[in-house]
Write a protein that binds this ligand. Structure first.
Ligand SMILES: O=C([O-])CC(=O)C(=O)O
Ligand SMILES: [Mg+2]
Length: 387
């Protein structure tokens, strides 16, 4: 059993939307195919992956370093003998050979995307959905039947007024979501408060609305927003300051009584540990948003979950960023608290299996082998185009 080829192509996910930090007018993502010589139903098993929005395609890093390391390795060293399958852990170690520690930047996205494709292949070789494989290997077989999801959107874009923002949010409620998320921080506080009040007219209560500042604020601005947001009783206040500014996060947690969320831009278990040790995050109410596709994949995610456990955090406090099926599988298989969803943006990469509707903010998973990409027709068309 061996990997015969790994292909990457960079796809556009450009759109006119913006958060408080970036616009998405040139946004791309990598699509990866890991081709194996294992045959199922008369065809070679191919595992697929892609990276979440926000960090661009990683083709050059993959082609320069990570794909050659895997293709040059003795195939026997990449096998999990006990399970008669590929070994995602050995594959990870091989990709990361001769990489110094620290500085977890774009390389974690390149590795995380290939890792997603490896796990898709592993579950396909095992002939089971990935959530089932994860539950069997790591949770004594217990899998969640459905996963809580919330609708993320509420972006800024040219000409978007309150009526369009409200219509967007109404559309999410109509499609079965109970909680919606909107962007803040690209306009002055008073203007954001007007936007928030407009959305509250649609969703009714603050506990059905999360807000996301995408790391834009300095301490003074983060605290000013905290004071203004506190009375609304929001679902969460996300990524107020720079992702690595644990001091800001801790000071914010010291004054804001409602739930805080962060972590989508922390790309290693060491960074996650530092957040939990020094960021003032509160295990009884706050949310962690680590995204496997950006942070070295599921192999590293298992380490991050272990760090959380050691520091007294339940996996239910994790609601990953990214709105992709990989995190949905991890959520169902490893018992996370939920998953993000982008019903209207980042298509065809965002979203879940065709024909599985969101009801009461819960979504089910397909019963097919792998991550489930084959159950999402527009996405699998892009992937099959690659291999
Ligand atoms: O706008 C983005 O970069 C995406 C994001 O933060 C989120 O989904 O939480
Ligand atoms: Mg965010």
């Amino acid at each position: 059993m061996r990997i015969t080829e790994i292909r990457e192509k960079t796809a556009s996910i450009a759109s006119p939307i913006a958060n408080a930090y970036i616009d998405f007018s040139k946004m791309t993502c990598s699509v990866v195919a890991v081709v194996t010589d294992v045959v199922r139903d008369g065809k070679p098993v191919v595992g697929y992956g892609f990276n979440s929005n926000g960090r661009y395609g990683q083709g050059p890093l993959m082609r320069d370093r990570f794909i050659p390391r895997l293709m040059e390795a003795d195939p026997a060293t990449l096998i999990d003998e006990a399970n008669d399958n590929l070994d995602p852990f050995a594959i990870w170690d091989t990709m990361m050979k001769n990489e110094k520690p620290g500085g977890h930047g774009e390389r974690s996205v390149a590795v995380g995307t290939i890792d997603m494709a490896v796990w898709d292949a592993v579950a396909k070789i095992a002939g089971v959905p990935l959530w089932r494989l994860l539950a069997d290997r790591y949770r004594g077989g217990a899998a969640d039947d459905s996963v809580w999801v919330y609708a993320a959107g509420g972006y800024y874009y040219p000409g978007k007024d309150h009526s369009q923002l409200k219509a967007e949010m109404q559309g999410y409620l109509d499609r079965g979501y109970d909680v919606v998320k909107m962007k803040i921080g690209a306009v002055p506080l008073a203007e954001d408060i007007e936007r928030i009040e407009a959305v509250l007219e649609v969703v009714g209560e603050g506990r059905r609305l999360a807000v996301d500042a995408n790391g834009r604020f300095d301490l003074a601005t983060a605290l000013a927003y905290a004071e203004a947001l506190e009375p609304y009783g929001l679902f969460w206040y996300e990524e107020a300051g720079d992702p690595l500014d644990y001091d800001l996060q801790a000071k914010l947690a010291g004054v804001y009584s409602g739930p805080l969320a962060t972590g989508e831009n922390l790309f290693s278990h060491q960074d996650a540990r530092n957040l939990l040790l020094y960021g003032g995050m509160r295990p009884d109410r706050d949310f962690l948003q680590f995204d496997c596709a950006l942070s070295y994949g599921l192999v590293e995610y298992l380490r991050t979950l272990k760090v959380m456990e050691e520091l007294g955090w339940s996996p239910r406090r994790v609601v990953p960023h990214g709105g992709h099926q990989m995190s949905l599988n991890i959520a169902a298989g490893l018992g996370l608290g939920g998953n993000e969803s982008y019903p209207d943006v980042f298509q065809p990469f965002g979203g879940f299996a065709d024909g599985i509707a969101v009801e009461n903010s819960q979504v089910g998973l397909p019963q097919i082998p792998g991550v489930g990409f084959e159950a999402k027709s527009k996405l699998i068309a892009v992937m099959r185009d690659l291999a």
